[in-house]
Design a protein around this ligand. Structure first.
Ligand code: 5GP
Ligand code: MN
Length: 344
């Protein structure tokens, strides 16, 4: 991390008392992990609060001090006051205010604290005085470790902080299997284990925490799976009616798209999920190799993310969205075919 920037941040932290930490809407393990890691890091020295635009899925509810997080959707007045009074606002795991959803976005646009961004998504906006943005990093949690290390404070990493950082690294790397996992990632996680993170328990709490109805919904998703062999592409659809039939709960579809990507020779996978409440189709895109789903999502589906994992949305029906997708992909045939070479 940039030494000059870090010494300026250090000086700022010495003269400021109140810190707010904000993550993106529909928080994942990296968003909550990084936010709570910083919360525990600053708890003894600052007046610190974590604001999440909306609530997290059940499989993150066990994180140390998760209950301390103020969910803006449920407590807008309190969240707004905290954000208005904060001298420093850390924005974690997102690159633009709109990733926090309408309500939080509006509040963030109207306040003027010192913003510090720590994030690993592409094309960061420039609202923050201090931008720590590195798309080569596996996760924001890995960057929070780098940040603490750059402050010269690794001795302050306790079991809680280690647990939170480990969780975000584990979830964003697909349990250390994505190419974003580097020797540095493993070096950091080794240190986190030394500091008390319990890898087996964390995995169990996050991954082996499925309800029966989620497993039945997965069976429906696999039933709906379509393989476009000559495009090396596979996709899944889930309608609102199907979600309702299986008592859908927030987070239940997390990871489903990876089953499509796990099919032999498939390098591009998509899941289309109907959300009648928001009146949108939410899409998750995943790829193997050089084919950029970030570009694909940006160009066609109002989204973005990383090269191999991105999200998007559409405001037309599920059927029309899929049809639209099927019309678009042939133009990417070459890029998709060239994307991934199996040779090691
Ligand atoms: P997911 O498919 O799990 O929702 O998202 C995959 C990745 O893409 C995540 O890193 C997420 O932050 C990013 N992402 C998801 N939806 C959007 C979106 O609408 N816009 C942008 N810029 N990024 C997104
Ligand atoms: Mn992340």
């Amino acid at each position: 991390m940039d030494v000059t920037k870090i010494s300026e941040v250090k000086a700022l932290l010495n003269t400021s008392k109140s810190i707010a930490i904000v993550c993106h809407r529909n928080p994942d393990g990296d968003a909550y992990g990084s936010s709570l890691a910083l919360y525990h890091f600053f708890k003894k020295t600052h007046n610190v609060s974590v604001i999440s635009p909306n609530d997290c899925p059940v499989f993150l509810k066990w994180l140390p001090s998760e209950k301390e997080i103020i969910v803006l959707e449920n407590n807008e007045k309190k969240a707004k006051t905290i954000l208005q009074e904060a001298e420093i606002v850390f924005t974690l795991d997102f690159n633009a205010f709109h990733r926090t959803g309408d309500k939080t976005q509006k509040i963030l646009e109207d306040i003027s604290p010192t913003f510090i961004m720590i994030d690993h998504h592409q094309q960061p906006d420039d609202y923050a005085k201090f931008i720590f943005s590195d798309t080569s990093k596996s996760s924001t949690c890995e960057m929070v470790y780098d940040f603490i290390e750059a402050l010269g404070s690794t001795d302050k990493i306790n079991k809680e902080i280690a647990t939170c950082i480990y969780t975000g690294i584990m979830t964003d790397t697909g349990s250390f299997r994505f190419p974003s996992t580097t020797s540095r990632t493993h070096y950091i996680t080794a240190n986190l284990l030394e500091k008390g993170a319990n890898n087996a328990k964390i995995y169990n709490n996050v991954m082996d925490n499925n309800s029966l109805s989620k497993m039945k919904l997965l069976s429906k998703a696999l039933d709906n799976l379509v393989l476009l062999q000559d495009m090396k592409t596979a996709y899944i659809t889930l309608s609102q009616r199907e979600l309702n039939n299986f008592n859908f709960e927030k987070g239940d579809t997390e990871g489903f798209v990876n089953y499509a990507l796990s099919i032999r020779n498939v390098v591009f996978a998509v899941i289309f999920i109907e959300d009648k409440m928001q009146g949108i189709i939410k899409m998750s895109f995943r790829s193997k190799g050089t084919f950029s789903v970030n570009e694909f999502a940006r160009n066609h589906f109002n989204g973005g993310g990383h090269t191999n994992a991105a999200g998007g949305r559409s405001e037309i029906s599920l059927q029309k969205t899929v049809q639209n997708f099927l019309e678009i992909i042939p133009q990417y045939k070459e890029q998709i075919h060239e994307s991934y070479d199996k040779e090691i």
